[in-house]
Design a protein around this ligand. Structure first.
Ligand SMILES: CC(C)(COP(=O)(O)OP(=O)(O)OC[C@H]1O[C@@H](n2cnc3c(N)ncnc32)[C@H](O)[C@@H]1OP(=O)(O)O)[C@@H](O)C(=O)NCCC(=O)NCCS
Length: 177
């Protein structure tokens, strides 16, 4: 999947203001702690205790799809990660976490990260992507409520959303082995 070198600049958002100076890179191990710090800033404490994190335990992320946006001074402004999972016998890609630093939110960077990650997933042959989130935000990227696809409890089923080929796919979401 993908042929880009691990830390080549992939693209620059075509947005305005701060986004003009933004560069998008594939996440490397060296980025890891800064990305974790961003997620700690953007999510409630205890985020890693969420049941969705159990799907990631011991499973490497889909590294070609994990992206970091850095501002002009090199600071991490946003990041997105993807993990392979299974839904019954089918493979799928779990999108998340995705976060934009509070000082950069509302400038289109979240949309840029999401669209860039989804574009790379499509090019890489990913058939279906799911996430746990607000339909009012993710609907603009084509995500719809997935009926019959169950995340580990206590996930709210209304927040289990998917995009692309989910026809006939149902069952529990489990760790990729
Ligand atoms: C969600 C998030 C990644 C969006 O990034 P962003 O750069 O602010 O998003 P964009 O600038 O592309 O889009 C902003 C729009 O999304 C809307 N939006 C943001 N979060 C939303 C949510 N949870 N539900 C509904 N709409 C939302 C904003 O109101 C704004 O709407 P508008 O276009 O009508 O003005 C960012 O707000 C964030 O990091 N939030 C905290 C972490 C989080 O909740 N991550 C997602 C769950 S994994």
């Amino acid at each position: 999947m993908g042929t880009a070198k691990s830390h080549d600049a992939l693209a620059t958002p075509a947005g305005t203001g701060n986004n003009r100076a933004m560069e998008l890179h594939r996440e490397t191990e060296a980025d890891g702690w800064e990305v974790e710090a961003l997620f700690d800033t953007c999510f409630a404490p205890g985020r890693t205790a969420l049941s969705s994190y159990r799907l990631r335990d011991g499973v490497p992320p889909a590294r070609d799809l994990c992206l970091v946006a850095r501002g002009a001074a090199g600071e991490v402004a946003g990041a997105i990660r993807f993990w392979p999972v299974c839904v019954g016998p089918h493979s799928a890609m779990l999108l998340g976490p995705v976060a934009v630093h509070p000082t950069r939110q509302g400038e289109g960077l979240g949309a840029f990260l999401l669209q860039s990650g989804l574009d790379r997933a499509a090019v890489g042959g990913v058939a279906r992507v799911l996430l746990v989130g607000d339909a009012s935000y993710y609907g603009r990227f084509g995500f719809r409520r997935l009926r019959g696809v169950t995340m580990p409890p206590p996930t709210n089923p209304d927040r289990v959303l998917g995009v692309w080929d989910w026809d006939g796919i149902a069952g529990s979401v489990t760790r990729a082995v």
